[in-house]
Design a protein around this ligand. Structure first.
Ligand code: FEO
Length: 396
């Protein structure tokens, strides 16, 4: 889909309507798009990013429909192949073009795509490219979410091209995000799954962006932001150290014991004014769980014992939580066993990167009894006290 966003500036938004899994890992309930941009100057033309190779045909059709006499530069803000995947094909069409990127991006592209190294032009924060009447600058922005990433800024129109950063996985016939819940949720899901491990670095990038005058944030996934403060303010909240009065409970139950405990905790916590988000892991969309982990103050992992350890679905969720590093302050484990097990130690061993205080686990033999529910009451009380101490729960 080709649309002009300013005179001489186009977005090529190649929709992947049917894609439902990214990196064979991340659910895509709304598909996604790979957004590239063409900017014409009076002397030079630029392509920013490209397309995933799986959509090469519509991407090249749109690019060629512009009938550009030449492309001088192909700017690659991020080497991951969903954006760089078509650059060899673009080079075949425009053989004099140079690929503009960071030094590390060049290294990765040469390895991933075998693009000839003489095709590259390395840029830094001090570089600029004059297109004739339009000027591009570059902002090093490592670790969003690979080490080589950068942003490109078009000075005259005040457009910031951020590639993955601030993006959202939505395939759409529109190009601009409206300030609504759908885009907010998609962007939050994207942040949770992809950017959250780099929360502290992203804070610095947001501070750098604050110094710029921005009319439009042009991402390379999903809908773009003509109200930049919408997404910037959302990100500032997500990356802040502030947690919300929420408990997330990812769990599995095989014969109902763990589920009874989860329901008891859920009802008890809600009665005390704590928001609860239980996720039954064998049915949940793992992206929904990741979103829940963005703000929650406390995580309770629930599992039955399977051959002395946690249920494999719980292992997966705990491993994933450890990777995406939510800012939760407290965590614990609840669950059950039949005859023997070391589930708690195994689960705790899976989450070393979570900077949490561990609360007392509650593990029951068989179906929970009265004294087990009293232990759950104690856990509820402990969480209420902790949340009050954080200043996120009043009364309770
Ligand atoms: Fe959209 Fe990190 O690639």
């Amino acid at each position: 889909m080709l649309k002009q966003i300013e005179t001489g500036i186009w977005i090529i938004s190649t929709n992947d309507w049917e894609r439902r899994l990214f990196d064979e890992l991340i659910p895509l309930p709304d598909g996604t798009s790979y957004n590239a941009y063409v900017i014409k100057g009076t002397t030079h033309n630029v392509l920013i990013d490209s397309s995933d190779i799986r959509k090469i045909e519509p991407f090249l059709n749109d690019l060629q429909s512009l009938s550009l006499e030449k492309i001088d530069y192909i700017i690659i803000n991020h080497a991951e192949p969903d954006h760089s995947g078509a650059i060899n094909e673009v080079l075949a069409l425009y053989p004099k073009a140079q690929i503009v990127c960071t030094e590390q991006c060049k290294e990765i592209l040469v390895d991933l795509l075998h693009t000839p190294s003489e095709k590259f032009m390395i840029v830094t924060n001090e570089s600029s490219i004059d297109l004739g009447g339009r000027t591009l600058n570059f902002i090093s922005a490592p670790w969003v979410h690979w080490p080589e990433t950068m942003f490109t800024y078009l000075n005259e129109e005040k457009i910031l091209f951020t590639c993955d950063f601030l993006g959202n996985h939505i395939a759409s016939s529109e190009i601009y995000s409206s300030n609504d819940g759908r885009v907010y949720n998609a962007a939050k899901r994207y942040y949770a799954e992809i950017m959250m491990p780099f929360r502290k670095i992203i804070k610095r990038h947001l501070a750098n962006i604050d110094k710029l005058d921005i009319n439009l944030i042009a991402t390379s996934h999903g809908l773009i932001y003509d109200e930049p403060e919408f997404i910037i303010n959302a990100y500032k909240e997500w990356v802040s150290d502030t947690v919300k009065n929420e408990v997330v409970i990812p769990y599995v139950s095989m014969y109902g014991s763990t589920e009874r405990m989860v329901k008891y905790l859920t009802e008890g916590l809600i009665k005390r004014g704590v928001a609860v988000k239980p996720f039954m892991l064998t049915a949940t969309d793992i992206g929904e769980l990741a979103m829940g982990l963005v703000d929650a103050a406390t995580i309770i992992i629930g599992s039955p014992t399977v051959l002395t350890g946690p249920h494999p679905a719980v292992v997966y969720a705990a491993y994933l939580a450890n990777l995406i590093r939510p800012k939760a302050k407290y965590a614990t484990v609840i669950g059950s066993f039949g005859w023997k097990g070391s589930m708690v130690d195994q689960i705790v061993g899976l989450i070393p990167k979570l900077k949490v205080e561990l609360l007392n686990p509650v593990i029951v033999k068989g179906k929970p009894r009265e004294d087990d529910f009293r232990k759950l009451d104690q856990l509820i009380e402990e969480i209420v006290v902790k949340h009050k101490h954080l200043g996120i729960l009043e009364g309770g």
